[in-house]
Design a protein. Structure first.
Length: 225
């Protein structure tokens, strides 16, 4: 992945026990856990594009592991536990179903990057009491980058603050978020390389779950762990 981004693998550093690469103003996981989730779901025969998530934009819905299994129609306990462990939990062991919806959309190759980033914004943007409608604030932005790129929260929060400096608000509009994730020369390449490697020359994502538009799961050649 470092090679695909034009970064020497030796420039990897650690945040705690997590190996990360510094790309522009952002730190991203050397191999995001999203790929591991793809392995688990592919092994279970799940096509993410065919899961009706029912996540409500801008509203969290906390679910437990049993509800998670029912929603994704998973029955094997080991598979359920492995997939559920990918998501960040609250003090009660519940996960926000918006996280699940975004991860599944990212693993569905039938979802283009523009549609994916719009969905991410719609799921996590917050309605403003005063100002220009809904904005993507620090927590939502950090959650999106953690889910999609494996970015540590402190690094994502710092970047969000920098992106908001140019404007009068403490959040990003959809246009600003897509300028960052799709059209920025460096960060746009980062999103396409990590999330849609088949569209990026010389990029590969071991363990990613390639779900074609017709629902066929394509298994890329995996590298050894």
């Amino acid at each position: 992945m470092a090679q695909a981004l034009g970064i020497p693998a030796t420039e990897c550093e650690f945040v705690g026990s997590l190996p990360v690469i510094v790309v522009g103003r952002l730190k991203v996981a050397f191999e995001p856990q999203l790929w591991e989730l793809g392995k688990v779901l592919r092994k279970a025969g799940l096509s993410p594009g065919y899961v009706d998530t029912g996540a409500e934009p801008g509203r969290s819905r906390m679910i437990n592991q049993d509800e998670f299994a029912r929603q994704l129609q998973l029955s094997d306990p080991q598979t359920v536990a492995g997939a559920f462990s990918y998501f960040q939990k609250d003090a009660n062991g519940l996960v926000d179903f918006r996280d699940v919806a975004l991860a599944l959309a990212a693993l569905d190759r039938g979802t283009g990057l523009e549609e994916l980033t719009r969905l991410a914004f719609e799921l996590f943007a917050e309605e403003q009491a005063e100002g220009p409608g809904r904005l993507l604030c620090r927590d939502g932005f950090s959650t999106i980058l953690r889910l999609l790129l494996g970015s540590p929260r402190p690094a994502a929060e710092t970047l969000h603050a920098e992106l908001c400096q140019a404007g009068p608000h403490h959040g990003l509009s959809l246009c600003q978020f897509q300028d960052f994730s799709l059209r920025d020369p460096l960060h746009g390449k980062l999103f396409s390389t990590y999330l849609r490697p088949s569209q990026t020359p010389n990029a590969s994502s071991p363990g990613s779950c390639a779900v074609l538009a017709n629902g066929t799961v394509h298994s890329p050649k995996q590298k050894g762990d």
